[in-house]
Design a protein around this ligand. Structure first.
Ligand code: ZN
Length: 374
């Protein structure tokens, strides 16, 4: 792998990125189309620099382009650096390692957002981040799989359970996993995806904050994903939330399943966005049965149905969010902070609810928040 300088050098060989095209517009303007991200960008540019862009074909060095067009090195370098910054062009030396990587498609996806000079740094941050997956069942098995297929290499898996036949209808397990601990089955899958993953397993229940304190060592490069559902999703996620807020670790609540709705999110950046406890307080107010004049019908031993695609939808979205949090780059920011989603099986629609920070939250209000929104 090769790291590359932020600013273009005169010996660089540059080409238009494969997913980018451009057309000429009136009044010396050119318009870029970024096919993968469906963005457009218009620039006003002199005719000589337009000609330079035409010669950026992956064969000519910038020195040779400057010579052919009789323009100064500095003008061409400034123009090229700007094009690199907005991911319109890439330097061959900065991206050729992608072509030989088994993660080529993942890297090309990142390159749509991250300029060539930062791509290796961002990729290293994914590899370096420890992903703590609490609960390795219906949702957690999909989350772990998704993160590993996007380049995650360091995992801590926490789950006390053993795979049984009835898990196969919604989890990413198969018959060969039956009788093995879920962490063992997920770890085996991760090693099959990438041989040099590092997996730590804890086959224990998380029932209280002290359990997490005992098992998980807080780290700077760490993301926690809560997929636990015992004794229920909210109580389990709130325990993970307390641990993460206390230790300033980003958290994704992968959600759960209720009344034919897959619940997704929210994710939490402690000190910056609403925590999970904020969301519970907000939902209590927003969905107050007295205010809505509905009756709650408590029922014991509810046996809720679920199918694998629903768990996979929640798990896939949570795994993308975990990668965004691991990157910590504003060019590809997390999207589920302050938002809780529902995927409705009946019409296959998504519905997202904004969750504002709560100024009186007992878990996170001591952190240095901006004033709470109302
Ligand atoms: Zn809070």
């Amino acid at each position: 792998m090769t790291s590359i300088a932020k600013f273009a050098g005169i010996d660089d060989v540059v080409r238009l990125r494969p997913s980018v095209s451009w057309v000429e517009r009136p009044e010396d303007q050119i318009e870029f189309f970024f096919g993968n991200t469906r963005r457009q960008k218009t620039l006003r540019v002199e005719a000589t620099l337009k000609s330079a862009l035409r010669l950026m074909n992956g064969c000519n060095s910038l020195a040779s382009i400057a010579s052919q067009l009789s323009i100064s090195h500095q003008r061409l370098l400034d123009w090229t650096s700007h094009l690199v910054e907005c991911s319109a062009v890439e330097r061959v030396a900065g991206v050729e390692w992608i072509e030989h990587s088994k993660w080529r498609r993942s890297l090309q996806m990142l390159a749509d957002f991250i300029p060539d000079y930062d791509l290796l740094t961002v990729w290293n941050s994914i590899e370096r981040t420890e992903f703590v997956i609490l609960g390795c069942g219906a949702v957690g098995s999909w989350v772990a799989d998704g993160i590993a297929r996007m380049g995650g290499k360091r995992f801590v898996l926490v789950d006390p359970d053993t795979v049984v036949l009835s898990n196969l209808n919604r989890s990413l397990f198969d018959a060969s996993d039956i009788g093995h601990k879920k962490t063992v089955a997920v770890a085996r899958r991760l090693h099959n995806i990438c041989q040099d993953v590092n997996v730590v397993e804890h086959q224990e229940h998380i029932l209280k904050l002290e359990d997490l304190v005992r098992l998980i060592t807080p780290k700077i490069s760490q993301v926690v994903v809560s997929c636990m559902d015992f004794p229920n999703v909210d109580m389990a996620a709130n325990c993970a939330n307390e641990f993460c807020v206390k230790n300033l670790i980003p958290l994704v609540v992968a959600g759960g399943y209720n009344l034919h709705l897959s619940l997704i999110g929210l994710s939490v950046i402690p000190g910056k966005t609403a925590c999970f406890d904020c969301s519970l307080a907000y939902l209590r107010k927003a969905l107050d049965p007295e205010r809505l004049q509905v009756k709650k019908l408590p029922r014991q031993n509810r046996n809720i149905g679920n199918i694998a695609p629903l768990a996979a939808i929640t798990g896939s979205i949570a795994s993308m969010e975990a990668i965004r949090l691991a990157i910590r780059d504003e060019r590809l920011p997390p999207v589920m902070t302050g938002k809780r989603g529902e995927f409705n099986f009946l019409d296959e629609s998504f519905d997202w609810m904004e969750i504002p920070k709560q100024a009186d939250c007992k878990t996170c209000s001591h952190l240095d928040f901006a004033p709470a929104e109302t």
